[in-house]
Design a protein around this ligand. Structure first.
Ligand SMILES: [Ca+2]
Ligand SMILES: [Ca+2]
Ligand SMILES: [Ca+2]
Ligand SMILES: [Ca+2]
Length: 172
């Protein structure tokens, strides 16, 4: 029995990969990972989730403690060609009295808008067009900045990373 199941599974996966991906991937379940309670900062990353459909990529961030809109400062740093260098950044920040989401290149040139939604006292969600990624497979890490000294810079001791080493893969 086990051998038959293994053969079936083995023969299934290449078929999935050769399909255009639309029907298969549109139904992809959200994928989450957890970062430890590892910093003594207002924004301590807890659960990070990615999901996508045909047109949109959505990230959810949940922290250990509740945070206010004006404390929000999250970045998803995206490497879309596997060289560990960042090609795109999805950012959520408090700007001009509201939460603003953007997709930018590493030089902060804006490539497109991202839609931010609060989904609880500990969490928010950001969505953007998957066309902006320019890749069907990429890896990312999440950065939360608590600007303790108010200088608008990410200083040592103000940052939580998730994952703490390496990147989280996302296949669209
Ligand atoms: Ca954390
Ligand atoms: Ca890269
Ligand atoms: Ca700072
Ligand atoms: Ca961390």
């Amino acid at each position: 029995m086990t051998a038959i199941v293994a053969v079936l599974l083995a023969s299934c996966s290449p078929m999935e990969m050769t399909q255009s991906g639309r029907t298969v991937e549109a139904l992809a379940a959200p994928v989450s990972f957890t970062d430890p309670d590892d910093v003594n900062l207002p924004l301590d990353l807890k659960t990070l989730t990615h999901e996508n459909d045909d047109s949109t990529v959505t990230y959810t961030v949940e922290t250990y403690d509740p945070f206010e809109d004006k404390q929000a400062d999250f970045k998803w740093a995206i490497d879309n060609n596997g060289d560990q260098k960042i090609d795109h950044l999805v950012s959520v920040e408090w700007e001009d009295g509201k939460l603003v989401g953007k997709v930018e290149d590493p030089k902060e040139k804006e490539l497109g808008k991202a839609t931010v939604t609060r989904i609880g006292a500990h969490a928010l969600r950001v969505s953007f067009s998957r066309r902006l990624l320019g890749a069907t497979e990429y890896q990312y890490r999440v950065i939360a900045v608590s600007d303790l000294n108010g200088n608008d810079e990410d200083d040592p001791g103000e940052v939580d990373l998730a994952p703490d080493t390496g990147f989280q893969p996302h296949r669209l």
